[in-house]
Design a protein around this ligand. Structure first.
Ligand code: PSU
Ligand code: MN
Length: 303
């Protein structure tokens, strides 16, 4: 990607140029993962948490065809209330730019743009992965392919519980992604702390994660480090309970013939309804928890 295609806020460009810590944040979670006005409140809270750690937040999106790194209030607002906001994965970046459209970037697109912009750490709620029945539908998120190709530190609460966790873990292994449990030996399940699957490695401090990232960089290993950070226990929803809601939502999704990039937003929305908003609160808390850890890692990388 040509640097002239990237439009930085002055704050983010100053920080990147002078080697200050920066944390990349995505925008699909805002536009397609949460309803208004919770999404606006979430986006603002996320940026505040990053600043509190002494780190500059770089929320990434495409506004009127321009790739923006660091958003002003107006753009953030457009993303939370806008009706015509594309969901932009890697393959949709160029077409959204060409059409001078606005788009919220997924994990895959945000990673690509952050890396082009010289940002090394990124936090989200939960990455995309291999969907349940992915072995027949072929529904595998572009997030996984990009994690295998781009060397960032990505903080996530495991993978979204709507996915097939063991298949996603296999894919991450094939991709050469370094998966690290943060202060845990168990792979988290997004809404709940434990999935029942183990993590291949564990780290207990931001500094330890930075050391692992530095080794990968020195060895020119070009895949990402996926830091999996469990939802705080006080906000988790028990795994078995979530499974019952997820199965109902998956059933409806199948019956209504929802396919492609609409699947994840559809399922998240249905589950918010089924849980009477509890899953939304859990999603917000786990994502903010990841943002805080992401900021701490960014700070440890550039103290
Ligand atoms: N984390 C959340 N909510 C979300 C997402 C992440 O808590 O909505 C978004 C991310 O942008 C991720 C996308 O890249 O969901 C995955 O979409 P898909 O399954 O279509 O690849
Ligand atoms: Mn998909």
């Amino acid at each position: 990607m040509k640097t002239s295609l990237l439009h930085f806020s002055s704050e983010v460009s100053d920080a990147v140029n002078s080697g200050l810590p920066v944390l990349a944040l995505e925008s699909t979670i805002i536009s397609h993962g949460m309803p208004y006005p919770d999404n606006l409140e979430f986006a603002q809270q996320a940026e505040n948490i990053v600043r509190k750690q002494g780190v500059i937040p770089a929320t990434i999106a495409i506004i009127g065809g321009k790739i923006q790194i660091g958003l002003n209030e107006h753009s953030l607002n457009e993303l939370t209330v806008g009706q015509n906001i594309n969901k932009v994965a890697v393959r949709d970046i160029a077409t959204t730019v060409a059409g001078k459209q606005s788009g919220a970037t997924t994990v895959s697109a945000t990673m690509h743009i952050a890396h082009s912009a010289g940002i090394e750490v990124f936090a989200t709620g939960g990455i995309g992965g291999v969907h349940r029945y992915g072995e027949t539908t072929f529904d595998i998120s572009q997030d996984l392919r990009v994690l295998g190709k781009i060397p960032l530190v990505v903080v996530s609460a495991g993978v979204k519980a709507i996915l097939d966790i063991p298949l996603t873990l296999e894919y991450l292994e094939t991709d050469g992604v370094t998966v690290i449990g943060y202060q845990t030996d168990v792979f988290p399940a997004f809404y709940s702390q434990k999935s029942g699957y183990t993590v291949p490695a564990r780290a207990d401090s931001p500094e330890d994660i930075v050391a692992i990232h530095t080794t990968n960089k020195t060895l020119k290993i070009t895949s990402s480090i996926l830091v999996v950070n469990p939802i705080p226990i006080s906000h988790e929803i028990p795994y078995q309970e979530m499974e019952s809601y997820i199965n109902i939502a998956l059933d409806k999704c199948l019956k209504e013939g929802i396919r492609g990039k609409k699947v994840t937003p559809y399922l998240l929305k249905k589950i918010v309804k089924l849980t009477k908003g509890r899953s939304l609160q859990a999603n917000i808390k786990l994502a903010l928890n990841n943002v805080k850890l992401g900021a701490q890692i960014a700070k440890a990388l550039k103290p």
